[in-house]
Design a protein around this ligand. Structure first.
Ligand SMILES: C[S@@+](CC[C@H](N)C(=O)[O-])C[C@H]1O[C@@H](n2cnc3c(N)ncnc32)[C@H](O)[C@@H]1O
Length: 272
């Protein structure tokens, strides 16, 4: 897909997904966000950039870690996400600046942050290397980067959502999604972006959905296919739901689902 079109699908898709996001994904993504926060180890007083901040789930944790003497600049491509993050972070102490910004083109000064974080966002960016280069540029010498992404397609039981939705639209919704999570791709990309001391971990985690409606909401309304899904008529929606439930049927547990997932988390630093 042409990068400009992919960016538009993401931007306006996540605008639509924003209101469903926390109910769909907050609990499911927590283990990846926990591991990322442990590995990057944010300290009081630091100045931290977050790209693809979404509704602010990680932003709140960064703000808590930097404390009143620190500073957080959180950015996202979707205005809907930024608006919701502003609302969610209203009562958080500390200085948080929220800006609508493309992770591939950071309108921020070079060498200005102690750490740069992207949780579950880099798979949606048309050129992830460009985004990593941008994170590198805005970090101070010795600054740290931390990235969490989904792992390999074969280890993510919900992966059929993309081909199921793609058959009803003109172009692939997320063409690069699983590429970054395969093999050594994240580590190699971080190396190419000139990060040092790279450490990458990969781990499995089951995604729990309490019933089929919850699983459907997360897959279709609360994520990257939300723009395409909004345009489906009732019949297409029914067909897509049926196909998706069929694709995850082996993960059924009682009324709900326990779907296998895999996360990859990587950290690195800019040469001092
Ligand atoms: C799965 S959500 C992750 C949100 C948050 N980081 C979290 O961990 O909950 C993905 C986010 O990536 C954002 N995104 C997609 N493409 C982007 C881009 N090119 N630049 C910045 N943000 C982007 C979406 O708007 C969405 O908020």
């Amino acid at each position: 897909m042409e990068p400009r079109l992919q960016r538009r699908v993401q931007r306006y898709g996540w605008d639509k997904a924003a209101e469903f996001y926390d109910d769909s994904w907050k609990a499911q993504l927590k283990p990846a966000q926990d591991r990322l926060m442990e590995m990057i180890h944010i300290k009081p007083g630091e100045s931290v950039l977050e790209t693809a901040c979404g509704t602010g789930l990680v932003t709140a944790r960064i703000a808590e870690a930097v404390g009143p003497d620190g500073q957080v600049t959180a950015t996202d491509l979707s205005q809907g996400m930024i608006d919701l993050a502003k609302e969610n972070l209203k009562s958080t102490n500390g200085t948080i600046e929220l800006l609508r910004m493309d992770a591939e083109n950071l309108e921020l000064k070079e060498s200005s942050f102690d750490a740069a974080i992207c949780a579950l966002g880099l798979m949606y960016v048309p050129d992830p290397l460009k985004s990593l280069n941008e994170m590198h540029r805005v970090l101070k010498p010795g600054g740290r980067v931390g990235v969490a992404i989904w792992g390999e397609r074969k280890n993510c039981g919900w992966a059929e959502i993309f081909p199921i939705v793609d058959q009803f639209v003109a172009s692939e919704v997320c063409p690069m999604f699983f590429q970054l999570g395969s093999g050594n791709t994240l580590k190699t990309s971080m190396k190419i972006s000139d990060f040092r001391d790279i450490e990458v971990v990969r781990f499995h985690h089951k995604l729990i959905f309490k019933n089929k409606e919850h699983a459907i909401m997360a897959a279709f309304s609360g994520g990257p296919v939300a723009l395409a899904y909004r345009k489906f008529d009732d019949e297409t929606r029914e067909k897509a739901h049926r196909e998706y439930l069929n694709s995850i049927s082996e993960f059924r547990k009682g009324n709900g689902y326990e779907i296998p997932g895999e996360f990859v988390v990587g950290i690195g630093s800019k040469l001092n």
